[in-house]
Design a protein around this ligand. Structure first.
Ligand code: GRF
Length: 201
């Protein structure tokens, strides 16, 4: 008897390759008893919205310009997401800081993927190229990616899964970020499985 599918909401601001990894995992049976019920973006031109539409998933742009502040914006987010009995909210390259109200409204149900080995190379200002530039500048021999629960402290929530990725001499921001992104796509699926299959104690 097929179980009721767990409902996933994805928030994304960019190209959406991590979103695509979830879409593919569901399609190819690697992620079972789960469905993405809606993809929401704060960027009208986020390719993640195209990816959702191409997969017949509801894709919604919520325009920050229509709100006076983050609190009101996140109230709208809560309102839209509350239409579903959401089991998991995945931040897949979501480039907007979430307010405490939002995080508390979905406590322990929000995860984020970060392209570094947290707690290193995380926190304010550590996103995108900045991360890989800092990693290369530091001279560390390995970087990687992390999936963690989202709390009110940026990039500091409980870690769910991590994958180390070597830094190769001569690496550029581009070569390193590509190598890590390929691992992110796998790690994110494993982390979603862990969270959706956890036993509530
Ligand atoms: C990924 O590197 C992710 O770790 C970071 O933003 C990027 C999103 O990439 N949070 P994509 O939009 O999923 O391709």
């Amino acid at each position: 008897m097929s179980e009721i599918k767990k409902k996933i909401v994805v928030l994304a601001s960019g190209s959406g390759t991590n979103l695509q990894a979830i879409i593919e995992a569901i399609k190819n049976g690697n992620l079972i008893n789960a469905e993405i019920v809606i993809v929401i973006s704060n960027k009208k031109d986020a390719f993640a919205l195209e990816r959702a539409k191409n997969a017949d998933i509801e894709a919604v742009f919520i325009n920050p310009k229509n709100f006076t502040n983050n609190t009101d914006y996140d109230k709208k987010l809560v309102e839209v997401i509350s239409n579903y009995k959401v089991d998991l909210i995945v931040l897949a390259g979501y480039m907007k800081i979430l307010t405490e109200n939002f995080i508390n409204a979905f406590a322990n149900k929000i995860i984020n993927i970060h392209p570094a080995l947290l707690p290193d190379f995380g926190g304010k200002g550590m996103y995108g190229k900045n991360i890989h530039e800092a990693v290369l500048k530091s001279g560390v021999k390995e970087s990687g990616c992390t999936v963690h629960f989202v709390t009110t402290k940026i990039d500091a929530g409980p870690i769910i899964a991590q994958k180390k990725v070597p830094v190769i001499p001569g690496d550029t921001v581009n070569s390193l970020s590509k190598r890590i992104l390929a691992e992110e796509h796998k790690l994110l699926i494993e982390a979603i499985k862990l969270v959706l299959n956890r036993v509530e104690v």
